[in-house]
Each structure stands twice: as C-alpha cells, then as structure tokens.
Design a binder for this molecule. Structure first.
Ligand code: IMP
Ligand code: MG
Length: 179
C-alpha cells in the first residue's frame, strides 16, 4: 500500500497538530452555542473522529453520505444523497466537517440543502483545501491545510475506496490511476 505513495504531504504528527489547533478554535468560537458536527462520509470519518475529541465543549454529531466521485479521480458534478442526517437542524449551529474542498460542487450542494432546513447557523470545516481546483465559489470557515492539485490519499481519503486507513496524507503515484 505504501509503495503507491509518491510523497507524504502531512505526517501523523502534522495532522495531530492541525486537528488540535482547529479543535481549540472551534471550542472557543462555539462556547454557549448549540453545536452539531455534521460529517460527510466516508472521507471525513478519520478527521471527524480526531476533531470531535479535540473539541472540549458539548456537541452532537451526525453523519450523512453523498456520492459524487464514483470510483474515479474526477468529480462528476452529480451529487446523490446516499444517507441523510437523523437530526432535524432547527436550532442548531451546524458545522459541516469535510475531508477536502476540491471543485466545491459537492459542498455547495450540501450547504445549500442543509441551509434550507433552517439551522441557526451553518459553517464549513475542511481539513484540506485545493483552491486551484475550485469550480463553484465555496469557502471553508476552518481549513487545516492548503494543498496542491495532486490526487491525495490517506487519513480518510481514498482512491477507488482504498488507502483510507493510511495514517498520513500522501500523494498517490500517478501511474496507479493511469495519470
Ligand atoms: P468536490 O465536490 O470536487 O469538492 O469533491 C469533494 C470530494 O471529492 C471530497 O469529499 C473527496 O471525497 C473527493 N476528493 C477530492 N479530491 C480528492 C483527492 O485528492 N483524493 C481523494 N478524494 C478526493
Ligand atoms: Mg472520496
């Protein structure tokens, strides 16, 4: 599995530092609010698991699953809700937790959908941001790291559903996906 990694972009130690910084900032910003963390499966599951433990104020968590990528490396622009949230959003300060903000197409769809359900507030936290790839204007309120336009794997990110269990974020060797 590690033979398919061209380069480690963010080590376990760097990720832990990033997550603790964001967790502390969220804890400060949401003190006294009604925080609901919404994780977008499956890519954000590792980030979510670490981030929620770096937040030291009361919060709730919920999960939704959408699919826009299929098994390839390019976004299709088609977003399908595979699993919706369990919790109605009225009265909550929703923070959407995502692994990576790429074209922004998935996120803009999700944010619009969740906003229409009338939460008290809604903001976005993305571990990684690839600003060069943006097709629709979406900005994250919390960003862990700005990353180059390469295909990344690990710490939840997959290629063809593999590599999510790598403990770091790495660049996938282009020959693996025929690039
Ligand atoms: P967007 O709609 O193009 O912003 O796509 C966002 C989703 O695409 C993310 O939640 C990831 O699941 C996936 N994605 C985007 N870039 C990468 C990457 O470099 N590696 C793995 N998945 C990616
Ligand atoms: Mg994915």
């Amino acid at each position: 599995m590690r033979n398919d990694v061209k380069e480690i972009l963010l080590s376990e130690e760097q990720l832990a530092e990033i997550v603790h910084k964001i967790g502390a900032q969220i804890s400060e910003d949401y003190r006294g609010k009604n925080l609901l963390l919404v994780s977008v499966l499956k890519g954000s599951v590792v980030f979510m698991a670490d981030l929620m433990r770096a937040i030291d104020i009361p919060c709730r968590v919920d999960f939704m699953s959408v699919s826009s990528y299929g098994s390839g490396v390019k976004t299709s622009g088609v977003v399908k809700i595979v699993k919706d949230l369990d919790i109605p959003l009225a009265g909550y300060d929703v923070l959407v937790v995502e692994d990576i903000l790429d074209s922004g197409m998935t996120l803009s769809y999700i944010l619009e959908l969740l906003r229409s359900r009338g939460p008290r507030s809604i903001r976005l936290c993305a571990l990684l941001d690839k600003p060069e790839r943006r097709k629709v204007p979406v900005q994250a309120d919390y960003v862990g790291a700005t990353v180059p336009d390469e295909f990344l794997i690990g710490y939840g990110l997959d290629y063809d559903e593999k590599y999510r269990n790598l403990p770091f974020v790495g660049i996938l060797k282009p020959e693996v996906y025929g690039g």
